[in-house]
Ligand binder design. Sequence first.
Ligand code: PMP
Length: 318
Amino acid sequence: ICWSVRGGWHRPRVSPYGPISLDPAAAVLHYGQEIFEGIKAYRHTDGSVHTFRPDQNGRRLQRSARRLALPELPVPYFLQSLRELIAVDGAWVPSGEDQSLYLRPFMFAKEAFLGVRPAHKVAYYLIASPAGAYFKGGVKPVSIWLSEDYSRAGKGGTGAAKTGGNYAASLLPQSEAYENECDQVVFLDQDRNVEELGGMNVVFVYKDGTIVTPQSDSILEGITRDSLLQLARDRGHHVEGRNVSLDEWRRGVASGDIVEVFACGTAAVVTPIGILKGRDFIDEQPMGTLALELREELTNIQYGRAEDKHGWLYRLDA
Ligand code: PMP
């Protein structure tokens, strides 16, 4: 689905999937003026198709747009784009355990010029791809590589926006993680506080039941994290958003104050962190049960197996 803007949003057009043409001087190719979202559509057992808190993705796309000097797509149009794609291609939403249709909305500067300034001509697209279970054969704890040499985003930078540049900056550290036999990389800020993984937020569970997650202007505010923390509050957990230094993490694990660490995002939902590895240490992480319980609770809502108490589901096929 494609929406062009030039002095207003014009009628969206659904067309067969295929290459798009861009002028070689298109601003996005040179200055990275682009943003995106990631969201899943789920088929319930009665055949209906739902997505999860898409208003939040629509608002986050607007915040990203603001930071990248792109026009803000009104949230109703964002929701309409999801519904229109499902109206045409809803048959692609798979059914079954952990199956979904991954939806990827994105917006980029297509105006051709070489000066550095915000583009006036931009396009909004939505593409989709069926996605199977993230973990084949059940959820497995992931190992995390501590990136000491690289940061993902700096203070006042674009860390809170979902824009390609942040991910470009994470590719080399992610390769370093693989070279060190780790699945994911964790980034610190300039004060050695924990930020996030390449594509997931981090959550710490303390012995007294308190849940702590990094709060910062330079990390992406995950919708999965926000939802899990709400479910945890519903269970009576106290939740805090604040800085967590690497030191607090390592000392907390060593002393037994931290009883569980997990990562969360749309793709994997929740994954326990099993190992934190740095240049000169390997810290085994404690395994608890809360991460997997919250994962179950959240996916039960998403797949229509549990009551949607917070009104998070949004029907796409009606
Ligand atoms: N941080 C980063 C850098 C991400 O790419 C993602 C995935 N969108 C997240 C956190 C988690 O966000 P969400 O729960 O909204 O998928």
